[in-house]
Design a protein around this ligand. Sequence first.
Ligand code: SF4
Ligand code: SF4
Length: 430
Amino acid sequence: MIKRSFIGLTKPKLMCDLVEPGPKEPESIPIPPRMILLLNETLDSTRESLIKKGDMVKKGERIFLYKDSQEYVTSPVSGTITSIAPFTGDFGAVATYFILETNTTQDIDSNFTEFAGTPDIVTADRYLRGIPGNPPLKQLADSANKINKIVITGVDDDLMCTTRQYLLTRFRDDISKATALLRQLTGISDISIAMPESMAKLSAFNGMNMVKVASDYVSSLPQMIMVNHLGVNFVPGKTCEEMGVCFISVEAALSLVKAYAEKLPVYEKIITVIDKKGKKTRVSAIIGTPIHRIFTHIGVETGEKDRIIIGGPLRGTAAYTLYHPVQPDMDNIIIQDANDIPLISDYPCINCGNCVRICPANVPVNILVRYLEANLYQDAADSYDLFSCIECGLCSYVCTAKIPIFQYIRLGKHELTKIDSDIETEAENV
Ligand code: SF4
Ligand code: SF4
């Protein structure tokens, strides 16, 4: 695998949106009669599951599929499970979904409450995974991960997105509490807060270890923050955590503060919805709320062929159903009019070089894409820097031939990771 340096980065000219001055409070979406919960574990029809149709669950109760399951999803309301079925996500990733009929009275699971007075990372990981912002508790609790820096990110990681900036502005007085709590939970003292340069002047942040991020697109991506501000070189194929740096969104940090203050897990997710005309509406919705409930409540219309993007325009993924549930890391939803969806093509690369010039990681994208199109993923990784890609999506955006390069890249990485994990499983079973 070639390991290219990030030194000599190109400077793309796309600028990120800044949060509007004096933002309004988010609109609160009522709890729907049916919620949809996603659990990151495959349903196995040959095994008896711990949870069944008709089971009652309490608000805050953890749902495990099997006795030996490591993954869980927490129920955001009390209710009755009415359906359990397999869910297929991006690139064929499999999970399980539960439909939960909401009860009118809410029974609360108080298992976390007894531990909330003495915060520690093991119980945080045991009870608070999947709260708004999706804090990386599993990584922080993993003693094999040698994390020595935490960065609370108040910068958004795609164009048009402003949810994190909103939360940083709105709850700036709580950031010092979040820093203190993370220090207490992890024992890590090197904690910084990444924010747009323009916000760094606010007095609430005086005395904090600030990372002032430029407002051009890509500067806010974790790998760029590591290289440009923390002096940590990005190693292709490794995660930021594997390099000792853990990024946690400002919403995740604030959710932890709120959960410990209330001694209960929290579920209200802040999302910025951008309609077809570009109008932004910020909402607060319970995790598990089907997104059509949000659209109906705020009067956003969607047509049959419109595209619903979860995330931003460059890095987001398309939702294929209006029943897609609010997820802990869902900061943004964009509705793109059917007539505005950019074309993709199966035309060959014309070697214009746009992708190579714009790539901030110096990947030879024009060659890489040829290998990916031919399903030669290992060659793409070994010789053409597949794992140096930081997934900014700029190459697809500028491609003259409209090749979906970013999607090819994500598919290539996914396939190679899957092959590695299959090999590991086979080796364990020998
Ligand atoms: S998505 Fe494209 S432009 Fe961005 S780092 Fe990866 S290869 Fe480079
Ligand atoms: S931008 Fe598209 S057409 Fe141009 S070199 Fe890159 S892959 Fe080829």
